[in-house]
Design a protein around this ligand. Structure first.
Ligand SMILES: O=c1ccn([C@H]2C[C@H](O)[C@@H](COP(=O)(O)O)O2)c(=O)[nH]1
Length: 237
């Protein structure tokens, strides 16, 4: 019996058991739970926001746990985010972002890739304002999972809670189970993808015989057997 361990970029492991010539693979531990996954997608989307003060992301998920819409706060389509203001305050409210910016929830609903979002859950970084609450209710979304309630004392949030409650939309705050979800491209480059074959050599600009591209399956097999031999050695097998 061999027990072999694959170390991925995230330091989790796949365990392969080879018993009587049949390979049984067991799932890795430490994978993202659904709520963590959807909330992480909110925050990843928020990273696209150009708002210098508050970046908000939203992710709409249906009953089958399929993502049907994603959005973040930004200026409307075709309206230059270099020409419109990003300030919170100005002597003229026309010079503040609030007159122009589309909220993450609105964008997620507008970007939906399904016929509608009835019965869906919306994951949001920030508790939705009253305008977003109206959109949420009218679109048929039934549940809001939010990360931050930093504007709880604002009238717009109080009105939002009032509306959502009246409409019977369930709201709950996300309770993180892990402190971080890290995507470190350095780690992925150095170890996570080291199990994969090298990229094929770049095409030479000069016409002529080209080197054979690496055979993916062969390279994966070579890495796998090297790991198994190494591991078997570790275990004195
Ligand atoms: O439900 C909401 C509420 C706000 N936003 C966006 C709109 C703005 O770009 C910021 C809020 O700016 P502050 O600087 O925190 O006032 O967040 C949203 O997308 N959804």
């Amino acid at each position: 019996m061999y027990i072999s361990r694959f170390v991925t970029g995230y330091h989790d492991s796949y365990v392969f058991r080879i018993l009587n010539d049949s390979a049984v693979s067991m799932k890795r531990s430490g994978y993202l739970e659904w709520q963590e996954y959807f909330m992480a997608i909110c925050f990843l989307s928020a990273m696209r926001s150009k708002d210098p003060a508050t970046q908000v992301g939203a992710c709409i998920v249906n009953d089958d746990r399929k993502i049907v819409g994603i959005g973040y706060n930004g200026m409307p389509l075709g309206c230059s985010d270099d020409r419109l203001p990003w300030s919170k305050t100005a002597s003229d409210t026309l010079d503040t972002k609030y007159m122009y910016v589309c909220h993450a929830e609105m964008n997620a609903i507008m970007n939906k890739n399904s016929a509608d979002v009835k019965g869906c859950t919306i994951y949001v970084a920030l508790f939705p304002c009253n305008e977003c609450a109206k959109l949420i209710i009218q679109s048929g979304i039934r549940k809001v999972v939010y990360a931050s309630d930093k504007h709880a004392s604002k009238k717009s949030t109080i009105a939002s809670k009032r509306l959502l409650e009246m409409a019977g939309v369930e709201c709950c705050q996300y309770e993180p189970k892990r402190r971080q979800v890290v995507i470190d491209f350095d780690v992925i480059d150095r170890s996570g993808l080291s199990q994969l074959p090298d990229s094929p050599p770049r095409q030479s600009p000069v016409p002529g015989p080209q080197p054979e591209p690496a055979d993916c399956a062969d390279s994966v097999r070579r890495n796998l057997s090297a790991l198994m031999v190494e591991q078997a050695g570790d275990q004195g097998l």
